[in-house]
Design a protein around this ligand. Structure first.
Ligand SMILES: NC(=O)C1=CN([C@@H]2O[C@H](COP(=O)(O)OP(=O)(O)OC[C@H]3O[C@@H](n4cnc5c(N)ncnc54)[C@H](OP(=O)(O)O)[C@@H]3O)[C@@H](O)[C@H]2O)C=CC1
Ligand SMILES: O=C(CO)COP(=O)(O)O
Length: 336
């Protein structure tokens, strides 16, 4: 049955998830913060900055008016960078109050809020109370917009404390190339999604420096140990980290040329400055802020996270990547 859905964020992932929903027969309003992008999407049905060469369906409606986008929507999907989740939620709650509606809220972003270290669903729930929403679901897992755009096979997770709400999201998004699994470990799914971006920066850096597959496997394996350690300290179920939003997303982000985090690390490894990497990427590199949040949390909770600390030193203290790798290798011998 056709449902009206609002998608907030017209970047690579937001616009492609909106495309999936249109293909699944839903009425979709995509909210953008740029009048120029709205014109491009509504008239030419393209989004050259974020998804070059892709043709969007004519049925997709893009607008800068949040109220128009949300009016009548049974679900609202956040797909904006983590750093603007709170201000966007603050804008949305005003509109929901005015419209007096209570949609299902979904988010597909990956990160932790800087400063508070809160998970994205926590930030949204803080700004939009139960009075203005009918549920909160996290959509996450190994998925690059570029591959979903060409209908490659992709499997992801819909996580919620409320299994019925997760099942609704499963039904909205599932089709013959996108398969959704439900999950009730929201903390595990969100922390796995956030922290894998930090390790992906490291995987890219190893590639940029010319290291091989042994080093990549080592980083991913010991990186997963750090992700699980910190996630469990948040209250996650350790088993979640061997699922799609854990090792699944770690694999795709540490090995794919589509990953902005991997590409950023690769360029750092080749000697480009962080400032230039950010400027030239033109898209969000979530791992940079998440690394700071993860580093601070590890310090606060006294959790051993040597790889995260090394990446933090490179990003925030101007340390040399080679020296950090050497420091990691010279640590005293450990039991696995
Ligand atoms: N790309 C992917 O394959 C995947 C991405 N994700 C996650 O999805 C989230 C979004 O990523 P992605 O779409 O790739 O990012 P992009 O950098 O491609 O796009 C971000 C979009 O958000 C918009 N935006 C930024 N600030 C605001 C604001 N205040 N109000 C409204 N819109 C705003 C940007 O607009 P502007 O052009 O004005 O900057 C841009 O359209 C991230 O957390 C990412 O980790 C998850 C899975 C896959
Ligand atoms: O989360 C992603 C893949 O699952 C996208 O990763 P990047 O943000 O590094 O492109």
């Amino acid at each position: 049955m056709t449902k009206k859905i609002a998608v907030l964020g017209a970047g690579s992932w937001g616009s492609i998830l909106a495309n999936v929903l249109v293909e699944n027969g839903h009425e979709v309003n995509l909210w953008s913060n740029s009048e120029e992008q709205v014109q491009e999407l509504n008239i030419k049905h393209t989004n050259e900055k974020y998804m070059p060469g892709f043709k969007y369906p004519e049925e997709l409606v893009t607008t800068t008016n949040l109220k128009d986008a949300v009016k009548g929507a049974v679900a609202v999907l956040f797909v904006v960078p983590t750093k603007v989740i709170r201000p966007v939620a603050q804008q949305l709650v005003e509109v929901l109050d005015e419209l007096d509606t209570k949609p299902l809220l979904i988010h597909a972003s990956k990160g932790l809020e800087l400063g508070t270290h809160k998970r994205i669903s926590e930030v949204i729930s803080e700004e939009i109370s139960a009075k203005h929403r009918s549920g909160m679901v996290v959509l996450s897992g190994p998925s690059h917009a570029e591959e979903v755009a060409r209908k490659d096979i992709t499997l992801i997770t819909a996580a919620s404390d409320d299994l019925l709400a997760a099942k609704k999201v499963q039904n909205l998004f599932m089709n013959n190339y996108l398969r959704i699994y439900t999950n009730t470990d929201v903390i595990g799914v969100e922390t796995g999604a956030a922290f894998k971006n930090v390790i992906a920066l490291g995987a890219g850096a190893l590639h940029g420096l010319g290291y091989g597959d042994d080093a990549k496997a080592a980083l991913m394996t010991r990186g997963l140990a750090e992700i699980s350690r910190l996630g469990v300290a948040f209250g996650a179920d350790p088993m979640t980290f061997i699922g799609l939003s854990g090792v699944g997303d770690l694999i795709v982000t540490c090995t794919s040329v589509h990953s902005r985090n991997w590409r950023a690390g690769d360029q750092l490894g080749q000697g480009k400055s962080l400032e230039d990497v950010i400027k030239d990427m033109g898209m969000v590199i979530e791992g940079i802020n998440t690394c700071k949040a993860a580093y601070e949390l590890a310090q606060q909770k006294d959790i051993e996270m040597p790889i995260t600390q090394a990446i933090y030193n490179v990003l925030y203290n101007g340390a040399s990547i080679k020296q950090e790798i050497s420091g990691l290798m010279q640590r005293e011998g450990k039991t696995e």
